[in-house]
Design a protein around this ligand. Structure first.
Ligand code: WNU
Length: 152
């Protein structure tokens, strides 16, 4: 049997390896490890759909996903990048208070994502100005690249 403590330690150690979170103090990481959910996905499944409302932030613990978007030029969503272990997504809808701005499609079977809800995300980000500023900058950059790409 895998104990609650073992699971907590596993998540904690993984979170410590995520570059976004490297400045957070251990107690903060421990709190995030406490309130995480884990979601499992298989190849082809949509984790996020463009245009839907969303209240969660994801960190990839295992596997790979594609970011795809609908643009003016193509009727089918176009792949704009892939993300792997230690990468994260879903921050934009939370920060911009908007609907999901891209699709996230699972590329590999048995993909595992750590899921943080809006309330815990706000606590995680809100108390760290640098993290907040970093993500805000990044989200603004994403909006600019969306415009260039002619994303709807
Ligand atoms: C992009 N345009 C848009 C990515 C992940 C994290 C950071 C880039 Cl800090 P959401 C869809 C998610 C969105 C982003 C992710 O897709 N995304 C992008 C783009 O060029 N979204 N609009 N590249 S990967 C990525 C930076 O996380 O958040 O909640 O859902 O809108």
């Amino acid at each position: 049997m895998r104990t609650t403590k073992a699971r907590h330690e596993e998540y904690f150690n993984f979170l410590r390896s995520v570059s976004l979170l490297k400045e957070l103090p251990e107690e903060k990481l421990a709190k995030i490890a406490d309130c995480l959910e884990v979601d499992y996905f298989n190849r082809g499944e949509f984790i996020i759909r463009e245009g839907e409302e969303g209240n969660t932030f994801f960190i990839i613990a295992k596997g790979e996903v594609s970011v795809t978007q609908t643009t003016e030029a193509h009727s089918q969503p176009k792949e704009i990048k892939t993300l792997g272990v230690g990468d994260y997504f879903g921050e934009k809808a939370l920060i911009s208070e908007d609907v999901r701005s891209a699709n996230i499609v699972c590329n590999t079977n048995d993909t595992q994502c750590l899921v943080v809800d809006r309330e815990n995300f706000n606590q995680m980000v809100g108390t760290y100005e640098e993290l907040q500023a970093y993500l805000k900058e990044y989200v603004e950059e994403l909006s600019r690249s969306d415009v260039k790409r002619n994303t709807f």
